[in-house]
Design a protein around this ligand. Structure first.
Ligand SMILES: *Cc1c(COP(=O)(O)O)cnc(C)c1O
Length: 382
C-alpha cells in the first residue's frame, strides 16, 4: 500500500488553516457584493437588466465568440442548444459515458437517446479515434443528407463532447468528423471556462458551446449558464426561445412559438460579471496549484493528469489516477476521513438505469479511468 498520509499531508500544507479542505470552494473577493447591491438598488433583479447584457459582452470578449446568450443554468443551455441543433424525438445524440448527468438529461428532455463514445485516457474527453471507428462501422449518410445508425435505424443528429474537469478534448478532430457526417457539434464546456485547444477557447469548435456557472465551477454566480456561437441566426433564436419566445413590442404580449423561461436573472449576472473579471487570476492561481501537484505526484510516482500539448487547461479539478480500484477506494476512505475532501468520477452513464439499454459501444477507456480516478482539492488559494 502507498503512504496515503504523505498525500493528505501535502494537500493540508497546500491549503493551510483548513480543518476540512473542500473539493472546490468559491472565492468572492472582487466586485460581487458591489454589483449585487447595485441590482437591488436599481430594482432590476430579474431577467432584464444591464448586467445580463454586460455578462454576454464579457463572455464574447473572453472566449472570442461572436455571440453569447445568458442562460439560467448549464443544463438549460444544453437543452436549448439541442433544440437549436434540430434534435427531435427518437434521434440519437453522441456523447460520453464519463460525463455529468446533465449532459444526458438534456438529451432525454427531447426524447432522444444518447450513444456513448469512449474517451481518450489522456484528455478524459471524447476520443476522435473512438468516434471515427463508431462512424465508420455504424453510420451511413442517407438521401435526406443525414447520418443514420445502420443498427438502430435512428438518425444521429448531434454530438456533445465534454471537456472533463477543464481538460480540453481533441475537439478539432471531433469537429472534422462531425462535419463529414452532417452531425451538429455542441460542446459541453460547462467545466472549461478559460480552457483552450489549439489556442481557440473551448466551446467554439462546433455550432454552439455551453457553460455552467454553478456553485462548484471555476466561475460561479450561484446558478447560471451560457451558450456561445458564431452564428447570428442561432444567437437570435437562442435569445428568443430563452425569453418565452416573446416578440419585441412596446406594450403587447405576443409569443410566436413555445418558448422557455431560461434567461439568467440580472442578480445572478451581476455576480457572474464580478467573477469573470477575475477569471484570468483564477486560472493563473489554479495553474500554479496544478504545477505544485504535478511536481509532488511525480516524486511519489502517482499518475497526475496533465493538459495535452496544444491545449491549455483551467485545471478546474485536479485529478490523479491510482493503479487499481481497490487502491482508489482505500485512498477515498482515508482522505475523506482525514479532512481532505476527495471524490471519484461520476458513475458512468451507461450503467445508470435510464441509459443502460443504450446502443452498445466499446467503453473500455471510460471504465478503466472511472475505476482509478480521484479528484483532489482544487479551490483558488488565497
Ligand atoms: C455542471 C455541469 C453541467 C450543468 O450545469 P448546471 O449549471 O449545474 O445546470 C453540465 N455538464 C457538465 C459537464 C457539468 O459539469
Amino acid at each position: 500500500m502507498r503512504d496515503f498520509k504523505q498525500i493528505t499531508d501535502f494537500i493540508k500544507d497546500t491549503f493551510p488553516g483548513n480543518n476540512h479542505i473542500p473539493l472546490h470552494a468559491p472565492v468572492f473577493n472582487g466586485n460581487e457584493k458591489k454589483y449585487v447591491i447595485e441590482t437591488i438598488d436599481s430594482t432590476f433583479v430579474s431577467s432584464v437588466g444591464a448586467f445580463v447584457n454586460k455578462f454576454e459582452e464579457m463572455m464574447c470578449e473572453i472566449t472570442g465568440a461572436k455571440f453569447a446568450i445568458a442562460i439560467v443554468n448549464g443544463t438549460s443551455a444544453l437543452h436549448l442548444s439541442l433544440i437549436l441543433a434540430g434534435v427531435e424525438e427518437s434521434d440519437e445524440v453522441l456523447s460520453q459515458s464519463l460525463t455529468f448527468i446533465a449532459t444526458c438529461n438534456a438529451i432525454s428532455y427531447l426524447k432522444a437517446t444518447p450513444v456513448f463514445i469512449d474517451i481518450d485516457r489522456d484528455t478524459l474527453g471524447m476520443s476522435p479515434f473512438a468516434l471515427a471507428d463508431f462512424l465508420k462501422q455504424n453510420i451511413e449518410l442517407r438521401k435526406d443528407g443525414f447520418a443514420y445508425n445502420k443498427q438502430t435505424n435512428k438518425r444521429v443528429k448531434a454530438c456533445i463532447p465534454m471537456h472533463t474537469f477543464g481538460f480540453p478534448c481533441r475537439v478539432k478532430e471531433i469537429a472534422e468528423l462531425c462535419a463529414a457526417y452532417n452531425i451538429v457539434l455542441i460542446e459541453d464546456a460547462a467545466e472549461s471556462i478559460g480552457s483552450y485547444y489549439l489556442e481557440k477557447h473551448t466551446g467554439l469548435f462546433g455550432l454552439m458551446g455551453t457553460f455552467s456557472f454553478n456553485g462548484n465551477k471555476t466561475v460561479t454566480c450561484g446558478g447560471g449558464g451560457a451558450i456561445i456561437t458564431n452564428s447570428a441566426e442561432i444567437a437570435a433564436k437562442a435569445k428568443h426561445l430563452s425569453t418565452q419566445a416573446k416578440v419585441p413590442h412596446p406594450w403587447s404580449f405576443i409569443h410566436d412559438e413555445i418558448g422557455f423561461n431560461y434567461r439568467m436573472p440580472n442578480i445572478n449576472a451581476a455576480m457572474a460579471c464580478a467573477q469573470l473579471e477575475q477569471l484570468h487570476d483564477f486560472v493563473d492561481n489554479k495553474r500554479k496549484l496544478a504545477k505544485l501537484y504535478a511536481d509532488f505526484f511525480d516524486t511519489i510516482d502517482i499518475q497526475y493528469v496533465k493538459e495535452i500539448s496544444d491545449s491549455k487547461a483551467n485545471y478546474w479539478l485536479n485529478t490523479i489516477l491510482f493503479d487499481t480500484k481497490e487502491e482508489r477506494d482505500a485512498f477515498l476512505e482515508f482522505a475523506n476521513a482525514n479532512g481532505v475532501m476527495s471524490r471519484p468520477v461520476w458513475q458512468l452513464m451507461h450503467t445508470l438505469p435510464m441509459f443502460n439499454t443504450s446502443f452498445n459501444t466499446d467503453l473500455s477507456n471510460s471504465i478503466w479511468i472511472a475505476d482509478r480516478l480521484v479528484n483532489i482539492p482544487s479551490s483558488v488559494r488565497s
